[in-house]
Write a new protein. Sequence first.
Length: 363
Amino acid sequence: MDSDYREPNVTKLLEKLEDLSYSESIAFGQQNAAHIGVTLINRDGTSSDVYNLCGKQPAIVGIDTLSFYGYEGKFEELVKVVKQLNKQGVVITLSSHMPNFSLGEDDFYDYSPNITDGQVGGRILPGGDLHSKYVRFLNRIAEFCEECIDVSGNRIPMIFRPFHECNGSWFWWGAEHLNDDKFITLYRFTIDYLRFNRGIRNLLFAYSPNGPIYDKVSYLRRYPGDDYVDILGLDFYDDKADSEQDFFEVLKASLKIVYEIAEDKGKVCALTETGLRMMDTAPDGKYYEGLAPSGNRNKKWFTNLLDTMMEMESSRRCCYIFTWGNFSETQFWVPYATSDFRHEMCDDFVEFVNDKRVVMAPM
């Protein structure tokens, strides 16, 4: 991607990611780590469940555009969190669980990316009846990028990852609901609008289909083009439903494909979402989406993941690993400890974080 589209500090961030790709280290990140968590008291960016357990902040912290409308936070509070994290040397990644724009009003509060009715993808393109509504949504993203300013008065660089898992069926922008041509047109319009109509230059852009990936053609099926992507990502969870396969072997095979594409295109690659996912009811009768409170099938999952990532050049070239957020005691992806509870995977996670191959903040 042309460097004219980037502010100097964004180019520096990309260079850091490139350096990580050719080092023997990999950065660790988590979604919503600094403002949502099980053990957080102050939700202002100064701590996290990771920090409270390990004494270190993740190198990368994710937020979602849901937060702009009150679903996972408040716009003004998130600006402050981003500024605080930037002071600590934390990199910000911005995902977007976009609402179904055919529903509701412009407050965009309700969680609706998984409502796939309404042929919304085509209708928000230029000329569509929902286009102006989508533009108002993009303007809010632009405002966020403009307001996140560092201590020197520069806009804080971020990694923007829109339309993630675009090859799946669970979001309205997925392959079963929006054809490839319209998806690529929508992706390009989104980036072009932010860059040229709003003058946003503090973003890197990540493209992240869902895994497993079996060949280059399927990975690139909805690829918007080299001018619209800086990071080639992969979202791939260790699901209970897939336990008959060796997750780590399939992960390595998938990352090999992503790495080879990244090498061909001069891009960096990353494991943009991952985690051990239960998605089942535990003996206590509660449904757990991420880790279970006990009885997890691989209590060494984090150190196993690290060893796997470092085994092959293709997986070792990933610049970061990113897990989902700790939203509650029944939906968490990183182990935590309180005064009366210590998760069975805490020791493994602490070992993972303290491994010299893992980069934490400051990055």
